[in-house]
Ligand binder design. Sequence first.
Ligand code: HEC
Ligand code: HEC
Length: 226
Amino acid sequence: MKLFASILLAALMGVAASTSVAADDDQASKPAAAAAPAKAAKPDPAKGDTIFNNTPANSQSCASCHNADGNSAIAANPKLAQQHPEYILKQLQDFKSGKRKSAIMKPLASALSDEDMRNVAYFVGAKKVKPGFSKEKDLVALGEKIYRGGIGERQIPACAGCHSPNGAGIPAQYPRLGGQHADYTVVQLNQFRDGARLNSPQMTGVAAKLNDREIKAVSDYIAGLR
Ligand code: HEC
Ligand code: HEC
């Protein structure tokens, strides 16, 4: 154990030494006044915090439903913490345009500019998600099977293939699912299936093949993923 620790330490120091050499090289090889290419303004999470937590008095704050750190305590309201900012931004745009229907989120998203949406997405996406738990002991095996392996004979793909084995998703296209409230996930899979959520042909195709019991099982499994 002691030997392992000292090898590890030596390795870490080696890495530190080589990165500082690399950094020096990097500096030396770059002309001091190289012009940076023009980029979109950087997202400003501090402004996002203000929108999320102190929305003007004429509207409800995001935090009142999603919690101050994005870890909604209410099962119908999704956790937003640790979600990929690009995905959050897309959802807000889709609520605004109506591609994703929600009577609650439509007016709230419509009040935000694209810049507000970006700021709020980078604010809440940087928070750490609170893990959840699976509750349906008799469904968890079915949920795990669908999530990890899909159901081959019905061409249901493994969720893990796009959302990653631990549910962290793959930035920026594939959202994090791990730890999400099962009730919320059930509603989303139903909405993909029934057409209330029309913002992902891929997910419409996946959800179309799942029956209610499978939706319940996989949603419960996802809640406990970490
Ligand atoms: C009155 C409660 C309420 C308020 C206030 C609220 N939300 Fe929501 N939010 C919801 C509900 C409910 C959903 C799920 C909608 C659905 O059925 O698809 C949701 C969904 C979302 C989603 C989609 C998440 C995902 O995983 O796809 C985002 C992003 C979001 N809200 C951001 C915000 C932001 C930003 C604000 C503040 C401007 C806000 N919400 C204010 C209740 C609320
Ligand atoms: C081919 C890739 C792919 C596969 C396989 C896949 N998904 Fe998705 N999923 C996506 C994409 C892309 C989105 C984002 C949709 C959007 O932009 O709104 C998504 C979104 C979702 C959402 C919405 C998340 C939220 O926060 O609202 C849920 C829930 C979901 N997927 C569950 C599943 C489940 C369960 C399975 C397995 C049965 C699965 N997905 C398989 C690509 C995939």
